[in-house]
Design a protein around this ligand. Structure first.
Ligand SMILES: Cc1cc2nc3c(=O)[nH]c(=O)nc-3n(C[C@H](O)[C@H](O)[C@H](O)COP(=O)(O)OP(=O)(O)OC[C@H]3O[C@@H](n4cnc5c(N)ncnc54)[C@H](O)[C@@H]3O)c2cc1C
Ligand SMILES: NC(=O)c1ccc[n+]([C@@H]2O[C@H](COP(=O)([O-])OP(=O)(O)OC[C@H]3O[C@@H](n4cnc5c(N)ncnc54)[C@H](O)[C@@H]3O)[C@@H](O)[C@H]2O)c1
Length: 459
């Protein structure tokens, strides 16, 4: 039975842990692969953040004629060459994945297993036909797309984000089930490329976990481009003779479309790793329970990323991997993970970015707060953009004058929010942030400056 100093399950964020500091340790890295081709390197690189954003950029370009038109420039969108876009994107990503795998396979102190692993006892894994033991383990096994139980779903081909980016041809029409991150991003991508998109969602608005003002504005704007079927469920799927899919909902007339994309959340993979056999507990949501040091309930077993985190974001998984790396190397001076101000962005059109509390959460938490809403159109660059639709919303504690939430819906939201994340992380009070630095004129961050100045603490 092979025995290692350290065993890591998962080649996504888990793959970042082992560097030259582990040169004197024997390491097993185990990964069954993700997606239809079981590729190495995890979700973000192969099926998540990276390819989606590589599709978002050409989608933004495809949308530019409507923006240009408002500014007096006559552009025409002719066609998105889907195959060329797809092959460029995966022509870039696949070699990175293959190169990473090759590099790991040739590391002198590391043994790479490309098989499914599951625990069969404390610190004992079954990997294919082998049993592997180790002194310490890191569970970085990620999450998987959830498929709903809909009558007829087995009779048709239903896509998830794992497969939809590799299809051969653009569909003419599609239904997206779900109203969250993935639905928002793919609704933008496919509708920009000319696909007739319908989003079927359980709630009344998209991105419903965002601040109400942001979610409402996003829903209003995306609805100009895609059809929204609200407060609805898909009650049946049927294969049509012409290869299309008949989608039956409890709201709308039956619709026949070329493609159905399911985006109703991702479930952590701890169950499939049988973590219970190793004495590792899961919470009610199926997540591996970890403490602030990323330690599980089993001695010497750490976990990180989607398998244990409520955030399911790559920057969180990366941060936790750095914490686990430190704690493996320095067991006598461990550090804790910092989850105080976890931001996120949705790369749709419009973009959405957020950090901290929504106003609804501030109310529920009983906070004494002030808010400011600043329209893009109130700052000089927003005038240049002729913007009338996008906004930033800040929430600050009335007593401490610290920001407790920041939310932006509009162009460059994911970039504009960064100084606000910085202010919250380092405890910079609103008046100091607003007036303690220059803001380049007439750049778009003046939106942030003006939003800060609009927070009135003395009313
Ligand atoms: C479409 C999409 C877009 C996204 N966009 C963004 C974004 O823009 N920004 C952002 O921050 N986040 C984004 N995310 C989320 C982000 O991809 C994840 O949070 C992140 O990749 C999780 O990393 P991880 O290391 O926890 O898991 P993963 O990267 O999924 O790695 C887990 C690895 O474990 C392996 N594994 C699992 N079980 C076993 C087993 N039993 N045996 C062997 N190997 C196993 C898998 O093969 C996989 O390689 C997106 C996700 C999706 C799906
Ligand atoms: N830009 C980013 O950072 C980014 C992009 C994509 C994905 N992600 C990550 O991936 C995760 C998964 O994305 P997602 O969009 O699948 O999940 P999500 O949690 O963002 O949204 C899921 C949506 O599906 C709905 N839903 C849940 N169960 C349903 C059911 N049975 N029937 C109908 N609707 C149902 C929910 O109400 C919600 O609107 C995200 O939570 C996020 O953490 C991040």
């Amino acid at each position: 039975m092979p025995h290692f100093d350290l065993c890591i399950i998962g080649s996504g964020s888990g793959n970042t842990i082992v560097d030259e500091q582990f040169a004197d340790q024997s390491v097993a890295l185990i990964d069954q692969g993700v997606g239809p081709n079981a590729v190495f390197g995890g979700t973000c690189l192969n099926l998540g953040c990276i390819p989606t954003k590589m599709f978002v950029l050409p989608a933004d370009l495809a949308r530019s004629p409507s923006e240009a038109d408002r500014l007096g420039v006559d552009l025409t969108f002719n066609r998105a060459d889907w195959k060329a876009i797809r092959d460029r994107i995966f022509g870039r990503i696949d070699p990175i994945s293959a190169g990473g795998e090759q590099w790991r396979a040739s590391s002198p102190n590391l043994t790479l297993y490309r098989e499914h692993a599951h625990f069969v006892g404390p610190k004992t894994l079954q990997v294919g036909d082998d049993h592997v033991t180790a002194d310490r383990f890191v569970i970085a096994a990620g999450s998987r797309a959830v498929l709903p139980q809909i009558p007829g779903i087995e009779d048709v081909t239903v896509h998830t984000s794992d497969t939809v980016m590799r299809i051969d041809d653009l569909p003419r029409s599609m239904v997206i089930l779900g109203g969250g991150f993935i639905a928002a991003e793919f609704a933008h991508i496919f509708s920009a490329f000319g696909v007739d998109v319908t989003v079927v969602m359980r709630s009344g608005r998209m991105l419903r976990h965002e601040d109400d003002d942001i979610s409402d504005r996003f829903t209003e704007l995306i609805e100009k481009r895609v059809k929204l079927v609200r407060n609805a469920s898909i009650t049946g799927l049927q294969a049509c003779d012409d290869g299309r899919i008949r989608v039956i909902t409890d709201q709308e007339p039956v619709q026949e479309v070329d493609l159905v994309l399911v985006a109703i959340g991702r479930q952590p993979n701890g169950d499939l790793v049988d973590v219970g056999a190793a004495g590792v507990d899961l919470d009610d949501g199926g997540r591996v329970i970890v403490d602030d040091y990323q330690r599980t309930t089993a001695d010497g077993v750490f976990a990180l990323g989607d398998v244990s985190s409520p955030y399911q974001l790559k920057h969180v998984a990366n941060h936790e991997a750095r914490v686990v790396q430190h704690n493996l190397l320095h067991p006598d001076s461990m550090i804790t993970a910092d989850h105080r101000f976890v931001p996120h962005a949705v790369f749709s059109d419009p973009q959405v970015a957020s950090v901290g509390l929504t106003e609804q959460e501030a109310v529920r938490a009983g906070r004494n707060y002030v808010t400011a809403v600043q329209d893009y159109g109130t700052v000089a660059y927003g005038w240049a953009m002729e913007d009338t639709q996008h906004l930033a919303k800040l929430i600050a504690d009335r007593d401490s004058r610290q920001l407790i939430g920041a939310h932006i819906v509009g162009p460059q939201a994911s970039t504009l929010i960064q100084p606000l994340i910085q202010a919250m992380s380092f405890g910079l009070a609103v008046p100091d942030m607003a007036r303690g630095q220059y803001w380049i004129h007439p750049a778009l961050p003046e939106l942030v400056e003006n939003a800060l100045l609009s927070l009135k603490f003395d009313d």
